[in-house]
Design a protein around this ligand. Structure first.
Ligand code: SAM
Length: 222
C-alpha cells in the first residue's frame, strides 16, 4: 500500500510513522509513506497557501490551487482520497478494515479555519476522528494510519490478535491477566488457570458481552 499525506507539516509524522509497528510495516516493504508539502505548490512569492475568506469572517482559508496541483503531481488512477474534516463521517473499525484493502490512500490535511469548498470535489471520503476540533488534520491522519496499517496482512506478527480486538468482533474485548496469580489481594479468575479451553472461551465471550452492555450498549444494537 502507498499512503500519501498532503500536509504543511511533514515533520509532524516522523515520530509516529518512524516507530514501532508502522515503521516495521515500511521496513518489510508492506507500506510506503509519502509526504507532499503542498506549500511547494504555492504560486505566491512568500509561499503562502491561505487567503482571506470571501464574505469576511474570522480565520484564513486554504486556497484551492496548491491542493489541486499537489494532487495532480501524484498521477494516481486508483486511489481513496480522504479529507480530514470534523464534519466528516466518524472513523471506525469497519472503515479501517475497508481502507486496509486499498492500494493507494491520500490524506488531505486541513489547517487554519477551513479550506476552499472546491477542494471537496477531489475527495472520495470525508472523515472525522471525533466530535472535537483539532488544529490540523495531521494527528487525525496518523491515528487513521495506525488503525489501518495494523490490519494489513503480515504487519502484526500474530494475525489473530487484531481479529479478536474490540470492535473487530462487534464487541469490546474481554479482560486480560498475566502473572502473578495474585497481586495486592486481587486474584486471577480461577477459570483462566483451569486449562479448560472451552470454559475459558465461554468466560471470555460472557465478559465481552458484559463489558459491551455496560460501556457501549449502542454496539449491541447493530
Ligand atoms: N472550522 C472548521 C470547522 O468548524 O469544521 C475546523 C477547522 S480545524 C481548526 C483545521 C483542520 O483540522 C480541519 O480542516 C481538518 O483537516 C482538521 N481536523 C480538525 N478536527 C478534526 C477531526 N475531529 N477529525 C478530522 N480532522 C480534523
Amino acid at each position: 500500500m502507498d499512503i500519501y499525506y498532503l500536509t504543511l507539516f511533514p515533520e509532524m509524522y516522523k515520530g509516529v510513522l518512524g516507530s514501532s509497528i508502522l515503521k516495521r510495516a515500511e521496513d518489510k516493504g508492506i507500506v510506503n509513506y509519502h509526504m507532499i508539502n503542498f506549500r511547494d505548490f504555492s504560486h505566491n512569492k512568500h509561499n503562502k497557501v491561505d487567503d482571506y475568506p470571501y464574505g469576511g469572517g474570522a480565520g484564513m482559508v486554504l486556497k484551492p490551487e496548491p491542493v489541486f496541483e499537489a494532487m495532480d503531481s501524484l498521477k494516481l488512477d486508483n486511489k481513496r482520497v480522504i479529507l480530514m474534516c470534523p464534519q466528516g463521517q466518524p472513523f471506525n473499525q469497519k472503515l479501517a478494515e475497508e481502507l486496509a484493502e486499498e492500494e493507494n490512500i491520500v490524506f488531505i490535511n486541513g489547517h487554519y479555519e477551513g479550506y476552499d469548498e472546491r477542494i471537496r470535489s477531489l475527495v472520495t471520503d470525508e472523515v472525522s476522528i471525533g466530535d472535537y476540533v483539532l488544529t490540523g488534520g495531521e494527528l487525525a491522519s496518523m491515528a487513521m494510519t495506525d488503525a489501518i496499517v495494523r490490519l494489513i496482512p503480515d504487519v502484526l506478527s500474530n494475525e489473530k490478535s487484531h481479529q479478536e480486538d474490540s470492535f473487530s468482533t462487534g464487541l469490546l474485548e474481554h479482560p486480560h491477566y498475566t502473572r502473578p496469580r495474585e497481586y495486592r489481594g486481587m486474584k486471577v479468575p480461577d477459570v483462566l488457570l483451569s486449562g479448560n479451553h472451552k470454559l475459558i472461551e465461554e468466560w471470555r465471550y460472557e465478559q465481552s458481552l458484559k463489558r459491551t452492555r455496560e460501556r457501549r450498549p449502542d454496539l449491541l444494537e447493530d
